[in-house]
Design a protein around this ligand. Structure first.
Ligand SMILES: Cc1ncc(COP(=O)(O)O)c(C=O)c1O
Length: 373
């Protein structure tokens, strides 16, 4: 008779000790729980925190909404087992969809243009996505309208699921967890700043915050040249954010939850990302540079002691050939040395204001000591 197998020592360990609780079985389970980093603070106690969404798998917050749009489409039958997904993308939504598609057994076709960062296109292909490239002048702005037309046409012809991130409520719904994380990390806070494209990440997060009673002011940042808030149309090179002239603004731009909007030029956005890279060792994307630029510019205008959070949409490693390449910037006329100096001056001035406030407090304490001695 075979003796009974000895029980594995792991079988008697509690789940946490056996490690089951912390080892993901699918990459998408690693989405979320991204950390916060303090970029700078002021002498009046205001802090600028970065929510490091580039640390998600695929290097962007957009994987949150890609997963949500697919789960919702599965739930209501718009997406059937083994089906095909087709979506226009500047890259990050596509990377998220490529990940979710490969895990769940779908084909994914991304409609892209040459304006997209090359490494995003390569990464989508590496994950098995099919790319359909809409021809565009690489020195001009994105061809969002044409990408969208081609995606709708392929979906109509093939019956593929076209999530349409600009109008799909699943996009904004995908950021409920992000709001929960911020509340878990900070309790309440004062201002949320984010680059705006479809609107899903900012508006979805703000809706989640407000539904839980956190009334942080929301600040949307679009590239100068984008027309979401009625600015002059023009060329811009910040990829992922903004909408060019003629692009229909989708319902995920929810003006009811956007308190303030700002436009930021490519030179300022890219210079900010580059200065932050030298200061923190973190490479962030150009649109995140734009959002940080707006936050830095306004940091002393918010009440003393405010906590300001910037959503970092994606990682700068995707832009080594563009935002972090002097020649690329110079060729487009957006290598802006004075902008770099301005950002360094802001950061130095805020650091100095903390030293002044600390010295002030120390001398007041010693004066008090002198008075009571
Ligand atoms: C780099 C980058 N920044 C900003 C955005 C804008 O985010 P949202 O579409 O959620 O407004 C995107 C969206 O794709 C993006 O890829």
């Amino acid at each position: 008779m075979t003796p009974p197998a000895a029980a594995s020592p792991l079988a008697v360990l509690p789940r946490e000790l056996s490690g089951d609780a912390v080892i993901a079985r699918r990459t998408s389970e690693l989405v979320g729980s991204t950390p916060l980093l303090e970029l700078v603070r002021t002498g009046s106690g205001t802090r600028l925190l970065l929510k490091l969404e580039q640390l998600n798998p695929t290097g962007s917050c957009k994987v949150r909404m890609a997963r949500q749009m697919v789960l919702e489409a599965e739930a209501d039958g718009r997406l059937r087992p083994g089906g095909r997904i087709v979506e226009p993308t500047s890259g990050n939504t596509g990377l998220g969809l490529a990940l979710v598609a490969l895990e769940r057994g779908y084909r994914f076709t991304a409609i892209v243009d040459r304006h997209a960062a090359k490494d995003k296109l390569r990464a989508m292909e590496a994950m098995g996505a099919e790319l359909v490239v809409v021809e565009a002048d690489p020195t001009a702005g994105p061809s969002s309208i044409e990408r969208r037309r081609v995606a709708a046409q392929i979906a109509a012809e093939t019956g593929a699921f076209h999530p349409d991130q600009h109008n799909n409520p699943g996009n904004a719904n995908g950021y409920g967890d992000l709001a929960d994380e911020l509340i878990d990390q900070l309790g309440t806070f004062d201002v949320l700043v984010a680059a705006l494209g479809t609107g899903g990440s900012l508006c979805g997060t703000v809706r989640g915050l407000r539904s839980r009673g956190v009334m942080a002011q929301s600040v949307a940042v679009e590239p100068r040249g984008s027309i979401v808030f009625g600015g002059e149309p023009g060329v811009y090179h910040q990829t992922g954010a903004g909408s060019p002239a003629g692009f229909p603004i989708g319902c995920n731009v929810d003006r009811d939850v956007i308190d303030i909007d700002h436009r930021v030029g490519d030179g300022d956005a890219f210079a900010t990302a580059r200065v932050v890279a030298r200061r923190t060792g973190l490479l962030l994307g150009g649109t995140t540079g734009g959002a940080i630029h707006v936050a830095l510019r306004h940091l002393v205008l918010w009440p003393a002691g405010s906590t300001v959070v910037v959503l970092c949409n994606d990682a700068g490693e995707k832009y080594l050939d563009s935002v972090y390449d002097d020649d690329w910037l110079a060729a487009r006329g957006v290598l802006d040395e004075p902008a770099h100096r301005r950002v360094r001056r802001w950061l130095n001035a805020y650091d100095e204001s903390v030293r002044v406030a600390d010295d002030d407090r120390a001398s007041r304490r010693s004066e008090m000591g002198g008075l009571t001695a």
